[in-house]
Structures are given as C-alpha cells and as structure tokens.
Design a protein around this ligand. Structure first.
Ligand code: MLT
Ligand code: ZN
Length: 460
C-alpha cells in the first residue's frame, strides 16, 4: 500500500480517511448497479483546503482520485474502477447564502438538491432542476452530471442555473470560474465546460446557482389513453396550445402495470399509456390553461382525464410517475435504465422500435419519461440471471439496437444520466473521432497524468 494513505490519515484523522473493507463497501457502488469496485480509501472532505490536500498528495504519489457526491449516479461515474481514493463531498452540506435581491444561492457541493429547493422556496424563490433522486442526490453530483428532471422541459437542466463555482484541479490548484451576476461573458465559459464533465476535470468545492421567483401556482392533469400513439399525439397537441408546461411526462403500458399495485391513483383497466402535464405560472391564467390541455386530451379519445383539485391530489397523481423506476426495479431480478433522447417528432417511431427490440431479444421493455423533451427511459428487464453469458449477450444486443435506432432517429445516447462507464463503448457511435480527440485533449490539459476519475466517458 502506498504511503499516501498513512499521510492522509495523519493529516486529516482516521474518521475522515476510511480504509477498512466494511466501510469502503458504500464507496464501491452507486445506483448504476455496476461493480462493486472497492477503492483503497475514501476521504470525507470537509473543506476546500482538504480537497486541495488530497489532490496535491495524489498528484505527488501518482494515485487515482474519484470524486463522489451521494452515489445516486446511474452510469457509474463515481465508481473507482481503477481503485485509488474516492473523494467524497457528502459532509460539505452548508447553504452559504440565499440572496433574494441578487437571485442567487451559494452552496457547498454536498447539499441535497431537495434541501436547497425547500430552503429557496421558503424565501419565495425557485431552483427548478428536479432529478428523480432529488431527496437524496447532491448538488455537486448534479453539476458533475448536468442533471435534469421533469421540469427541464420548461426550465432546462442544471447548466442553466450554474453561474459560478469554486473547483480544485488535480495537483491542488483552486479556481473560481464564473460569476454571481445574472449576465457575464468574460472569457471562455469554463463553468459550462465543468458542468457535465462527470468528475473528470476537477472537484467542485462551492457552487453559485441562479434562482428564479417562485411560480404563483401549479396545476396538473393526468390523462389515460388506451393507445400509446394517441398519447404521443396528445403531447404534441398540448404543446400546440401555446402553453409551455413545466413537465410533460409519459408512461407506457408495461410501466403502468408495474406501478398499478402501489399507486394511490386507481389507474383504469386497459390503460395503454399515461400522460402527465404540469403547468405553472400566474394563478389567474392557470385554470384556463390546464382546462384547454385537458380538452386537447379528450379530443384525442382519452379514457380518463383528471385535473388535480388541490395540492394533495397533485402530489398523489405525480406519485404515479415518481414510483415508476423503483417499481420496475423491485419487480425484476435485473433492470437497466437507459435515458436516450430523440427529437420529439420521433417519439412514436422510437416506441415502435423499442417493441421490436423487446420481441427480437425476448426481453421485457418498459418505457417512461420526459416526453416533452423526447427523453425516454427505456428499461430492459429480466428475471433471468444476467451473469449468464447468453442472457448478458441478449441484453447487450438490446442495448446495441436501442442506441443504433436512437442515433438513426437523430437522437443522443444520454438525455440526463451521463455516459460514465455504462455507455462509453458507444461514444464513437455518436461522436466523430476528431470530436472525441478534442475532448481528450481538454482532459489532458487539466489532468496531464490522467489521475482524476480515469476510464470514464470515452473508451480507453
Ligand atoms: C426518472 O426520470 O424517473 C429517472 O431519471 C429514471 C430512473 O431513475 O431510471
Ligand atoms: Zn429521468
């Protein structure tokens, strides 16, 4: 074992430098289901100075460092596939500032997304990005993955709100790119470059987010269709009304059947698809807007259209969608959740192709997600042993077909979960060698020895 681990324990104390197998278990996994990949040590940093110390020593000792938020990533971005140190910012949970005047929040990277949302809403403000894991994911992780969520349809993803940051490069250099003003075009957009870099460029120690005023009201409708094609048409019809819903979500029949036993909303029998449309804005125009969207669904032959009567019912109806991913996971021995994104006009064709892929590989497929953005969570499900070579080959075939079809429809491999290790072998399918090369050159400029989160995003 290299001496760096003893040095770190001496400098930071044994409570912050974990080395025993049992405690390292947590840091060997994330929500991707890949691994386990146990690190040699996990350092629980409390400050930017401690992050600098770890990255300086690691550089001196040629040791790999993998940054980690709260481990909710879906593609293995925080997994230490080459061992070394996991550098966790989970203890850095301070909200340093919420300014109503400047409409900004300054936070440490370990703050939980939902905690910031509640804190700013108590001040009459709004931080829109809402990844499904918002009750347990950290803002540092959201920045690393450029996280999205249902509200991205109206409000965009994390990058839209990230205006400034403090980060540390491998070797220990501290940078403060960005700004805290609402506008600013000084120099390159370094903050934009770091956002979504999956922890390969630097470790975030502080984040400045832009905030919005909290919308006055929220209205939600849930529409059930027998025919998924009609549901797709309803998505387009709602958009044609001229309103911009904050979320426009879709669930297919297989997803519905998995959610039905747990949902508090009794989904009608024969439901082939569910569309959820959530609007926000001035209370006086909301009622008319949601009513017109409901009429558009009725005109397309919806089996049932419900407009939430109050906040409690709104939450109940949302729950139908929120529990989709966990319901699929609990019902099957193995689940791979993809997050392809296609142009909205290609959704119906993509759904048809997913059916074909399921039939050809004899695997159960469930599709749900952010229809407004064309961002579909296609889940490959099986109760067979996925370690069995023949089953594994069928799953790989299904994923290969899915990505091929996505790209053929002018889509992209990842709408919100990132590439990590799960999809890196497909990167050359989407991006030209020159583009991949340019990104690798950037990485080498920031981390010449390739010690910070190596082996992610690009094939090695
Ligand atoms: C969601 O939108 O529910 C998640 O991004 C998908 C997932 O957890 O698989
Ligand atoms: Zn999602």
């Amino acid at each position: 074992m290299k001496p760096i681990y003893d040095i770190l324990q001496r400098e930071l104390g044994a409570a912050k430098v974990l080395r025993d197998e049992a405690r390292l278990e947590t840091y060997a996994r994330d929500e991707s289901g890949l691994g386990p990949y146990p690190p040699e040590a996990a350092v629980l940093a409390d400050s930017v100075e401690e992050i600098q110390l770890v990255l300086r020593l690691a550089d001196e000792h040629d040791v790999v460092v993998v940054p980690r938020g709260l481990g909710t990533g879906m593609t293995g971005g925080a997994l230490p596939i080459h061992g070394g140190i996991v550098l966790s910012t989970e203890r850095m949970q301070k909200i340093k500032e919420i300014s109503r005047e400047d409409l900004v929040a300054v936070v440490e990277p370990g703050v939980i997304t939902g905690v910031l949302q509640d804190a700013v809403e108590a001040e009459g403000l709004f931080y829109p990005p809402d990844p499904a894991s918002l009750a347990m994911c950290s803002l540092g992780g959201n920045v690393a993955e450029n996280a999205g969520g249902p509200r991205a349809f109206k409000y965009g993803v994390t990058r839209e709100y990230l205006i400034g940051m403090e980060c540390v490069l491998m070797g220990g250099t501290r940078l403060r790119p960005g700004r805290r003003t609402s506008k600013g075009v000084t120099g390159y957009d370094v903050v934009g470059l770091f956002c979504g870099s999956e922890g390969t460029f630097g470790v975030t120690s502080e984040i400045t987010f832009k905030l919005l005023p909290k919308p006055q009201g929220v209205a939600l409708l849930l529409a059930v269709f027998a025919d998924p094609v009609r549901a797709g048409e309803a998505v387009s019809a709602i958009i044609r009304q001229g309103y911009r819903p904050r979320a426009l979500e879709f669930m297919d029949r297989v997803s519905i059947e998995h959610v039905r036993p747990k949902a508090t909303y009794p989904i009608p029998e024969g439901a082939g698809a569910v569309v959820i449309c959530e609007l926000d804005g001035d209370a006086d125009v909301l009622d008319g807007a949601v009513e017109r969207c409901a009429q558009a669904c009725d005109a397309l032959g919806a089996v049932e259209v419900i407009i939430a009567a109050d906040e409690a019912q709104r939450r109940k109806l949302w729950e139908t969608r929120r529990i989709t991913s966990p319901s699929l996971r609990h019902a099957h021995r193995y689940k791979v959740s993809e997050d392809i994104c296609v142009p909205r006009s290609a959704i119906a064709e993509m759904l048809r192709r997913v059916d074909t892929i399921g039939a050809q590989t004899d695997l159960l497929m469930a599709t749900f997600g952010h229809a407004g953005d064309g961002n579909l969570h296609v889940n490959v499900l099986t109760d067979e042993d996925h370690h069995d070579a023949r089953v594994a080959a069928r799953i790989q075939d299904a994923l290969g077909m899915l990505f091929k079809d996505t790209l053929a429809l002018r889509g992209t491999l990842s709408g919100e979960h990132g590439i990590g290790i799960a999809k890196k072998k497909y990167m050359p399918w989407e991006q030209a060698p020159e583009l991949i090369d340019l990104q690798k050159k950037l990485k080498r400029t920031l981390d010449p020895k390739n010690l910070l989160n190596p082996g992610k995003i690009f094939p090695e």
